[in-house]
Design a binder for this molecule. Structure first.
Ligand code: FAD
Length: 369
């Protein structure tokens, strides 16, 4: 079995396929958690809240269990259980409210905070334009690039083979992918191939995926907090501001790399291989205005780092796990669409269990190609 792509999707799939008894080779052009990949930032949010979508809620609950299990095994802290604070502007916020029954079902209830509660608990947050907040004490953030590296290291430790090379699919013959070609000149063959190449999938299979998986430029910024308030800022939960337009979110502690803010609106079309990773001044201005509004103590906070990461968007935001229409031994996994990282271990487990015939992937991940 060959898995191409050692990001969150491919890395975890390779590890769980190995644990399912397959002989697995994992290949990545630039290495696990590299800075071109979507998984290559410092941190990623983990939260179950997905509005009325129970499949993703349940998937995240499973992922949380597996993150905790595996970090113990890796002997490396990857999950920071800071909680997730949802800022709500109206009496009703469907994205959060519609998830509450699932939280109850899993005995993972959220805490509702009035504006006064919020002000009392987090005096550094400006609250006058908010209606209330919800606190999900089960979520938090994950170390992203380090997690990919840890998964790859564990994969090798458990007997997998890792190769660093760029891969090109070979020919399709009798409904089967015949081989793959490596940038070091080699050709490799396997019974089954899984391509989990994030933003690159559309380019690798242009005839079937070019219109399906599109890549956009997404930006995150890290700001330096004032020294006298640093401990308070770093101990804040992950926060998500659902204003219905720009969907700002942030990871305050962010592994001590600075107060992180992400802007979730889709950016311009981006080339994940050649695109320069420099920020867009307008996006920085908007992000800065927003944090100064929500966290006034950050008025003069300097920008300490910025990251450009590619979103690998599917048309409806759902992940894609599908067999290539012309090759029955070629599987495609991707479409993380800006929210896939947290689900990595649950997706990897699902891929392995599907191949072993003991699970059926959710119908929303299947897409007629
Ligand atoms: C700014 C930003 C913020 C995000 N925030 C969150 C968040 O808070 N929470 C969350 O859960 N998710 C978040 N996401 C989404 C999440 O990061 C992605 O969905 C996830 O990382 C996708 O993983 P992947 O393995 O599919 O892709 P990638 O991580 O991009 O991995 C693909 C891999 O394939 C390799 N590759 C590509 N082509 C080839 C080839 N031809 N040969 C060999 N190797 C190849 C690449 O080197 C790469 O390592 C965010 C994404 C971005 C960009």
């Amino acid at each position: 079995m060959i898995v191409v792509g050692a990001g969150a999707f491919g890395g975890w799939s390779a590890l769980y396929l190995l644990r399912q008894g397959y002989k697995v080779t994992l290949i990545d052009a630039w290495g696990a958690g590299n800075s071109r990949s979507s998984s290559g930032d410092e941190t990623r949010v983990i939260r179950s809240t997905y509005g009325a979508n129970e499949i993703y809620f349940d998937f995240n609950v499973r992922a949380l269990t597996l993150w905790k299990e595996n970090e113990r095994l890796f002997n490396k802290k990857l999950f920071y259980n800071t909680g997730v604070l949802w800022f709500c502007y109206e009496g009703q916020t469907p994205l959060v409210d519609d998830s509450l029954p699932y939280a109850t079902k899993h005995k993972m209830e959220y805490e509702r905070l009035t504006r006064d509660d919020l002000k009392k608990r987090y005096p550094i947050i400006h609250t006058s334009d908010l209606h209330h907040a919800y606190f999900d004490s089960y979520g938090g953030y994950l170390k992203a690039r380090e997690a990919c590296q840890a998964v790859c290291e564990q994969f090798i430790k458990e007997g997998g083979e890792f190769i660093q090379a760029q891969v090109e699919p070979g020919g399709i013959d009798h409904q089967r992918l015949d081989r793959i070609k490596l940038s070091d000149g080699r050709s490799l063959q396997a019974d089954i191939y899984l391509f989990a190449c994030g933003s690159w999938l559309g380019k690798i299979f242009p005839d079937i995926l070019q219109q399906v998986i599109t890549c956009s430029k997404q930006e995150v910024f890290y700001f330096g907090v004032p020294a006298q308030h640093a401990a308070i800022f770093d101990s804040l939960p992950v926060w998500i501001d659902v204003d219905g337009k720009d969907f700002y979110y942030g990871i305050a502690g962010n592994a001590h790399r600075g107060f992180k803010i992400g802007v979730d609106i889709r950016g311009e079309v981006f080339d994940p291989t050649h695109g320069e990773r420099t920020y867009t001044p307008d996006v920085l201005t908007k992000a800065r205005e927003f944090i100064v509004h929500r966290f006034p103590l950050l008025k003069n906070a300097p920008l300490t780092e910025s990251r450009v990461c590619p979103y690998e968007n599917s048309p409806d935001g759902n992940f894609i796990f599908e067999v290539h229409p012309y090759a029955s031994n070629l599987l495609l996994l991707g479409g993380g669409s800006g929210h896939g990282f947290k689900h990595g271990p649950a997706l990897g487990e699902m891929v392995a269990n599907t191949l072993a015939g003991i699970a059926i992937p959710p119908a929303i991940f299947r897409r007629k190609l």
